[in-house]
Write a protein that binds this ligand. Structure first.
Ligand SMILES: C[S@@+](CC[C@H](N)C(=O)[O-])C[C@H]1O[C@@H](n2cnc3c(N)ncnc32)[C@H](O)[C@@H]1O
Length: 406
């Protein structure tokens, strides 16, 4: 049937209405007239598949990658980069308005850098001696010779990895490069006995949990700061834009003289160590041992004498803190749990800086803080071009409540 796409949803899928029922159609764009078939009929919505395009959007572009519409990695390669940035900017405004009634003027312009070759890390699956990604929503492998989202240094490793895969029974390959692409770290998971050819091209090599190179970590940089990373540790995947993200958090912290600051969900200490020079004391918390081991090393690497790290679940230890001036939170996609949120409100820091990789949980959590905190601004960052994901920083200031009015 022929339908008109009215807009894109949060996941970058086109929305059309079929007999007044909402229908989601991937790979379509706003204002396009397209032919589709219905592939799933649910109680509240339909799912459609694009068959042909009658009137194409002016923002439609030919994807660089021939696998773009089937591989699970990209959602928006068919959209121009400027329209992708506009889409993300507008969805931040729309969702925060819907959940919080936030005025559009509080959402600043989206920050972006290069749209390709931005990822410093990848996890490849291996099936039947082929290296690739899973097809969207399946476990069917799509073989990959080159991925446009990855740092070139990662793509350049693929031919040699194919040889290694051929000689072993490998299930998964994790590759990480430094942000300047100077060094590379690889982990092979599976039954691996022959890997000599890799030793000449990688700096750090793990075979399952065993390290087989003299080096166990490498040092990457963000702006002036150095970070030592192990394979299991969390690190922001965008090679260049992470600096802009951290600069924004630093600028917010520099606006006041905060003495005690919490860096919750601190990973390898990356945000806290980017700004610890501007506070008296900083405490970072993360539950992953590998992150905290690296964070403690990174503390010394950056001569940060005012920083301490705690390996624990935030929700298990947060009640033990008081007299905190500012709290930085950078939780995983599921956002903050209720106990941590109410404890943060009880601690009552002057400033909360929320770094979020999930717009819906950000909206939910900001709604919780809204009574006691003023939202100063939300700044979107296009950290994951060609996907529907958007990173945001939200700066909140404690409201001054006039006691006479209570
Ligand atoms: C989005 S990452 C942020 C890391 C860091 N701020 C950065 O910019 O690199 C989220 C981090 O939260 C940690 N994490 C997830 N759930 C947690 C919990 N309940 N308590 C403590 N840390 C947690 C993960 O280990 C991960 O390092």
């Amino acid at each position: 049937m022929e339908v008109k796409i009215t807009k894109l949803d949060n996941f970058g899928r086109g929305i059309a209405y079929v007999n007044n029922k909402i229908c989601f159609i991937p790979n379509t764009l706003q204002d396009e007239v397209v032919n589709i078939e219905i592939i799933a009929e649910k109680k509240k919505y339909l799912e459609g598949r694009l068959l042909s395009i009658k009137d194409a959007s002016l923002e439609r572009q030919k994807p660089k990658c021939p696998l773009a519409s089937i591989c699970g990695g990209c959602d928006l390669q068919h959209l121009s980069f400027s329209a992708e940035n506009d889409f993300k900017q507008e969805k931040v405004k729309a969702i925060l308005h819907k959940f919080l009634n936030l005025p559009a003027s509080k959402v600043q312009d989206i920050i972006f850098s290069s749209d390709y070759n931005y990822r410093n890390k990848v996890t490849f699956h291996v099936q039947n001696k082929q290296i690739g990604f899973y097809e969207k929503n399946t476990n069917t492998l799509i073989e990959i010779d080159h991925c446009f989202l990855l740092a070139e240094k990662i793509n350049n490793l693929l031919p040699i990895l194919k040889q290694v895969v051929f000689k072993n029974n490998i299930e998964e390959i994790i590759i990480r490069v430094t942000n300047d692409e100077g060094q590379v770290m690889v982990k092979l998971i599976g039954d691996v006995t022959t890997y000599q050819e890799l030793l000449t091209v990688v700096d750090v090599l793990y075979i399952n949990e065993k390290i087989v190179t003299p080096k166990t970590t490498f040092i990457t940089t963000i702006g002036p700061k150095k970070y030592s990373l192990s394979i299991a540790s969390f690190f922001q995947i965008n090679k260049t834009l992470t600096k802009n993200l951290y600069d924004t958090v630093k600028e917010e912290i520099m606006k006041a003289n905060y003495s005690k600051v919490l860096d919750l969900y601190c990973g390898t200490g990356s945000i806290g160590l980017y700004l610890n020079d501007y506070v008296q004391e900083l405490i970072g918390i993360d539950y992953l041992e590998s992150n905290i081991k690296d964070a403690n090393y990174n503390k010394d690497l950056n001569n940060a004498h005012n920083v301490t790290y705690l390996c624990a679940k935030v929700e298990d230890v947060i009640t033990s803190f008081q007299n905190i001036d500012a709290i930085i939170v950078d939780p995983p996609r599921k956002g903050l749990d209720s106990k941590s949120k109410s404890t943060i409100v009880n601690i009552a820091p002057q400033k909360i800086i929320y770094v979020s990789c999930d717009l819906l949980t950000l909206a939910r959590d900001l709604a919780f803080f809204q009574d006691k905190y003023e939202i100063d601004f939300v700044k979107p960052f296009n950290m994951f071009p060609k996907t529907y994901h958007v990173e945001c920083i939200c700066s909140l200031t404690k409201k001054i409540i006039d006691k006479e009015l209570l």
